[in-house]
Write a protein that binds this ligand. Structure first.
Ligand code: ADP
Ligand code: MG
Length: 140
C-alpha cells in the first residue's frame, strides 16, 4: 500500500462559481483525505514560479493571468497512490476529453479554466507541496 501526498489546487473558475465543497466531496468520496488547506489569492510572481515548467508553452502568459484572476484553494490530499488517484478523479486536462464523472468533465469551463490542478508525479508533488506548505501545516 502506497500512502502518498499530492498537491491539489481549486482554480479561480471554480472558486468563482462556489464549487469548492462540491469538488472536495469528490476527493473525500474517492478515499482521499484533505490534510492541509488554505485559500489564497496568488500573486503574479507566485503563479509564474509555480507554472515555470510551462514558461515556453504558448499559453503560459494567459495561464498565469487566469490563476491570479481570483482566489484559489491550495490543499494537500493524502491516500493510497494519491498522485495517480487524484489525476483520475480530476480527468483529462481538456474537459472535452475527460471521462464521465470526473471533476473536469463535470465542472471545467475550458482547457484553461479547468477547475483543478493536481501534481503529476510523486517527485513533483513533494516540490509543489513545499511551495505552499511547511511541514507543521500538514496534519494527517
Ligand atoms: P494538467 O493540469 O492536466 O497537468 P498541464 O500540466 O499540461 O495539464 O497544463 C497546466 C495547465 O495549463 C492546465 O491545467 C490548463 O489550465 C492550462 N493549459 C494546458 N493546456 C492548455 C492549452 N492548450 N490552452 C490553454 N491552457 C492550457
Ligand atoms: Mg500538469
Amino acid at each position: 500500500m502506497l500512502e502518498e501526498n499530492t498537491l491539489s489546487i481549486i482554480k479561480p473558475d471554480a472558486t468563482r462559481r462556489n464549487l469548492t465543497g462540491k469538488i472536495n466531496s469528490r476527493f473525500e468520496e474517492n478515499g482521499l483525505r484533505i490534510v492541509a488547506q488554505k485559500r489564497l489569492h496568488l500573486t503574479k510572481e507566485q503563479a509564474e514560479k509555480f507554472y515555470e515548467v510551462h514558461k515556453e508553452r504558448p499559453f503560459y502568459g494567459e495561464l498565469v493571468d487566469f490563476m491570479v484572476s481570483g482566489p484559489v484553494v491550495v490543499q494537500v490530499l493524502s491516500g493510497q497512490n494519491a498522485v495517480a488517484a487524484n489525476r483520475n478523479i480530476m480527468g483529462d486536462t481538456n474537459p472535452a476529453n475527460a471521462e464521465e464523472g470526473t471533476i473536469r468533465r463535470d465542472f471545467a469551463e475550458s482547457i484553461e479554466a479547468n477547475s483543478v490542478h493536481g501534481s503529476d508525479s510523486v517527485e513533483n508533488a513533494k516540490k509543489e507541496i513545499n511551495f505552499f506548505f511547511s511541514d507543521t501545516e500538514i496534519v494527517g
